[in-house]
Every structure is written in C-alpha cells, then in structure tokens.
Ligand binder design. Sequence first.
Ligand code: ADP
Length: 181
Amino acid sequence: MTNITIFLGPPGAGKGTQAEKISESFNLPHISTGVMLREHVENKTELGVIAAEILNKGNLVSDDLVTAMLIDRLDNSDCKDGAILDGFPRTIAQAESLEIDDLEIRNVILFEVNEEELIKRMLERGRDDDTEESIKVRFEVYKNETAPLIDYYNNKGVLNSVNAFGEINDIFNKISKFMEL
Ligand code: ADP
C-alpha cells in the first residue's frame, strides 16, 4: 500500500520548497508533475512537444496525459511505501484517478497564502512560464479547476491547512506535525 501525501495550494505557495524538505526528512520521494513536465519539454519528448505551449500559457496539460505520467511514476519501486505529490491532482478528474486499490490518500496539506504575496514571489523567481499573463491564467485555473479539491478532500476528512506565509522553517515544522499524525 502506497501512502500518498498531497501538497495542495495555489501556484507560488511554496509547495516545491517544502516538499523538498519533507521528502528529505521523512525519506519519501517528492513527485512534482510540474518538474516532470518541464523535463519532458527540455528533452523534447513526445509529451514535451505537446506540453510546451500549454505550460507557457499557464493552462493545464490534459488529465489523461498527466495522469498516465504520474501513475507510471508511482509504479516505481521507490514509491512502494509512500510519496509526496506536489502539483497533482489539479482537477477533480485527476483526484478520482488516484482512487485505486494500491493507493491511500493519507494526508492533504493545504497551503494558504494571500494572492498578492503569491504574485510577488512568482515574479521574483522568474521561471520561464512566470510571465504576468501566464500567472493570471494560472490563478484563474487554480480557482476554477483546483480549488474544488479543498472541499473534496475536506469531505474525506484528510485535509490539513497550513498558513504558508512566514519563515520556511516554521512552515516546515507545521507540516512535519501533520506528517506524524
Ligand atoms: P506552479 O508553481 O505554478 O504551481 P508547477 O511546477 O506545479 O507550477 O506546474 C507548472 C505547469 O505544469 C502548470 O501551470 C501546468 O501547465 C502544468 N502542470 C503541472 N501539474 C499538472 C497537472 N497535475 N495537471 C495538468 N497540468 C499540470
């Protein structure tokens, strides 16, 4: 049985930064669909060629493609005990695709940060897809497609919220407590 922890929250909330630290501290693989997709783009794979323009515009890659990529990754032996998912699921359909026998959604950490702070952080980090236009699109997509997952997981009784505005180490300590539940 693979125990899944999901990091949920808007773009720029610090999910990747915290997932790195939690991954190391709890010895669990950190799986970021954003990182995986950017690698595909860089390596010009079949998926990368399809995803490149979608990523730059801030839209979502199709559920089918991202889900296939993720499930394939979870099949790796390093995930047999557990994994941290960062950036997946991003839609209800993706969440439903995790409802399979060998997986258990143990813990969903919701990162809460106000939008003004998020935009500031994203413009500072300056990734290729962090243009003002694509940031706007990503927030819209988050509100429409991803935010419904908050109720979805709250109803399942697995949601834990963290105020993600503050010191990296303080936030790490708060998340660690939830990992130990
Ligand atoms: P952010 O910090 O903006 O959340 P990510 O690195 O998580 O960035 O994702 C970057 C981009 O990769 C997204 O804007 C989207 O185009 C694509 N992407 C990542 N994960 C998914 C997913 N689960 N479903 C669809 N598209 C995804």
